[in-house]
Every structure is written in structure tokens, then in C-alpha cells.
Design a protein around this ligand. Structure first.
Ligand code: ZN
Length: 330
């Protein structure tokens, strides 16, 4: 066995999470929130009589809530994040961090969760308290996979009750792998010769006029002819006076960046990245979402004056975009 594999296998059996009690006992309010969220209408979780009719002593928690009972509280999670950010840890890296470091050093830097299985030993009832521990169960020899060469790391969580009896287990298997060269070079690959078209807007009677005007390089704003209020996005009714009567005015094309994001992922073939997606506030007062052109993403700032540009994406689609206003130093 190689030195590396010996180091890796030494993690088998090590504890990742020492026995930790859940913050709250199994309880009906949390069960109610969960079943309502999941849309699970089985009456044995909330209706005592219905549960007893099935031979159970009373209501039970859904089996799939097992992990819920041992999750950290929000406050604990925030405190842990803050400690990690400030570097105010215990100094000694955790077992999970040590394992990750060994894998990273050897180039197994990518990770994908491959499968999980749960075993339920008994149903939990309100009042039960639950603890959890997690250990590294096994680490595989090096395997070749479609994603790349790697090691499968299987961890085992064991859930116990107040009497230290096992109530369930949960296995997680992760593949830690080196991306294959083909996968790694995808980013650098030349763009596909036939470029995908931009996604089509969903056109309807309430917005068709806006996209038709854009084809003519006119940025229009819908106006209520009853009270004069401008509105965007387009719609059939004035939000101020509920009138259904409207016309349009031509926008000046001047505005400012109200907010923006720089989109890196997921990459869609129709776009160039990084992609600036901005909320532009027009000088008429309405806002619209548009891409920005003729600017580097790191040069965009909130409040930056901008002017209208156009993206003639393809014969069927023209969209307004915005560029830094002429004369603005950036
Ligand atoms: Zn109106």
C-alpha cells in the first residue's frame, strides 16, 4: 500500500462528530411545520386517535425527520461561522479538516455526493431526545470514475435515544476526485461554432409591444392614460388607479445603476461571462433589468450613470442594455 493510501486509511473509524444532543426533544410543533412543508398528510403524525388505530401508542415523528432533531440551532450555526471567519478556532484542525487536507494535497480537490441511505430502527415519539455521532466508516482504494480518479469516503451517522439505544443510522458517500483532463479543459475550450440562442422571453398580450419596440431600438415605458403613472414591468392595469387604459412614452435612455450582480455560474452558452446583470433606474423613475456592455464587471458601481445601448441578439430578439454614460470616467 502506498504511503498516501496508508495515511488515508488511518482515518477509518475516526470520529468526525462526537456525541451531540439535539437542542430540543421531539415535539409536535416541529412535526407540524415539517409535514405541512412537505405536504405529508399521513394522520399518524398529528392525530392521536388515528395513530392509535394503527397500533401505535400515539403520534410519531416522520422517519425522515431523524436528522432534524440533532441539527444545530441557528444561533449555534452563526456563532460557528463567525468563529471560523475570525480564525478563532481551537487551533487544532478537526478530523474532517485533516482528512480534507490530505486529499487536497494529493490533488483530490473535487467532491461530489454519490449516495446516502438511512436505516430507521424505531419511530420517535414526542418527548424522545436524540443524540448523533458521525464516524468515517470507510475510504476506498483509488477508483476510476467518469468524473475522474478518486476515493469514495463513507461516513456513518448514528442516532441514539436517552437510553443510548440506536434509533437510526444515516450513511453518506462522497467521491473525492481529481477532475479528468477533458473535464478540466472544458472552460478553456473554444466556444461552440453554432452558438445557442439567448433564452426567449415569454411573450403575451401584456408585454409584446415592449419587445416589438425594442426591435426598432426604442425603449418604451408603459403609461397610464388615466393618471399618468409610468410602470415597468409591463402589465394590464395601473397599480395606482386601476385603470386599464394605457399608452407608451419613449425613454430618454439615461439612468443609473440601481443594483447589480456579476454572474459567473451556471454558464449558459448564449452568454459571455462574467455577465453583469443590473437593475437600471431610468431618469423617468421606472426600473428594468438589463445586461451591461462596454464595461468590466469590477468597474460597475451603484449609482453609476449609464446610457442605453442595444444587443441585437438574433433576428428575433433585440434587448436593451446599458453602458457607462459618455463622459463618465470609470
Ligand atoms: Zn393610473
Amino acid at each position: 500500500m502506498s504511503d498516501f493510501l496508508t495515511r488515508l486509511k488511518a482515518f477509518e473509524g475516526k470520529t468526525l462528530v462526537p456525541a451531540t444532543w439535539g437542542p430540543d426533544a421531539v415535539n409536535t410543533p416541529m412535526i407540524r411545520h415539517w409535514v405541512e412543508t412537505m405536504g405529508d398528510t399521513n394522520p399518524i403524525y398529528l392525530d392521536e386517535a388515528a395513530a392509535k388505530a394503527t397500533g401505535r401508542p400515539g403520534v410519531v415523528a416522520p422517519a425522515m425527520m431523524l436528522q432534524v432533531w440533532t441539527m444545530k440551532t441557528f444561533a449555534e450555526k452563526m456563532a460557528a461561522n463567525a468563529a471560523a471567519e475570525s480564525g478563532a478556532g481551537t487551533g487544532e484542525p478537526s478530523v474532517a479538516e485533516q482528512l480534507q487536507a490530505v486529499l487536497d494535497e494529493a490533488g483530490f480537490t473535487s467532491v461530489v455526493a454519490t449516495d446516502s441511505d438511512q436505516e430507521i430502527v424505531r419511530e420517535l415519539r414526542p418527548g424522545d431526545v436524540v443524540s448523533t455521532t458521525e464516524v468515517v466508516e470507510s475510504i476506498s482504494d483509488e477508483k476510476k470514475t467518469g468524473l475522474g480518479t478518486g476515493h469514495f469516503v463513507t461516513t456513518l451517522r448514528t442516532y441514539r435515544d436517552a437510553d443510548d439505544e440506536v434509533v437510526g443510522t444515516q450513511r453518506w458517500r462522497l467521491l473525492r476526485f481529481k477532475p479528468t483532463e477533458a473535464a478540466a479543459s472544458t472552460e478553456a475550450a473554444a466556444p461552440a461554432p453554432e452558438r445557442a440562442l439567448r433564452p426567449r422571453p415569454a411573450l403575451n398580450q401584456d408585454n409584446l409591444f415592449w419587445f416589438e419596440a425594442a426591435k426598432e431600438h426604442r425603449l418604451v415605458i408603459q403609461r397610464c392614460t388615466s393618471c399618468g403613472t409610468l410602470r415597468h414591468p409591463t402589465g394590464p392595469m395601473c397599480g395606482q388607479c386601476q385603470s386599464l387604459d394605457w399608452d407608451t412614452v419613449d425613454a430618454s435612455g439615461r439612468g443609473v445603476v440601481y443594483s447589480f450582480v456579476v454572474n459567473h455560474h451556471p454558464k449558459i452558452d448564449a452568454f459571455d461571462y462574467p455577465l453583469v446583470v443590473a437593475v437600471i433606474e431610468l431618469e423617468e423613475g421606472t426600473r428594468l433589468i438589463a445586461n451591461m456592455t462596454h464595461v468590466q464587471p469590477d468597474e460597475v458601481t451603484i449609482g453609476m450613470p449609464v446610457e442605453l445601448d442595444w444587443i441585437d441578439a438574433d433576428p428575433e430578439l433585440t434587448l436593451p442594455a446599458f453602458r457607462p454614460a459618455a463622459g463618465e470616467s470609470i
